[in-house]
Design a binder for this molecule. Sequence first.
Ligand SMILES: [Zn+2]
Length: 56
Amino acid sequence: MSISNKAVKRKYEEEKREFKLEWEELYFFIQKNDKPFCVICQVTLSQFKVYWLVCK
Ligand SMILES: [Zn+2]
């Protein structure tokens, strides 16, 4: 049981670091040099964390 839960959690965390194509439409971010890049601000972020993909 616990092993299974760990595997699920790890998979979820790995997925969070991957660029999602839907982010292009939701947040106006594209993938550039393996990092999220805001096409509006022309800013590159350091990690793929969806809550970071916010224009400021
Ligand atoms: Zn921006």
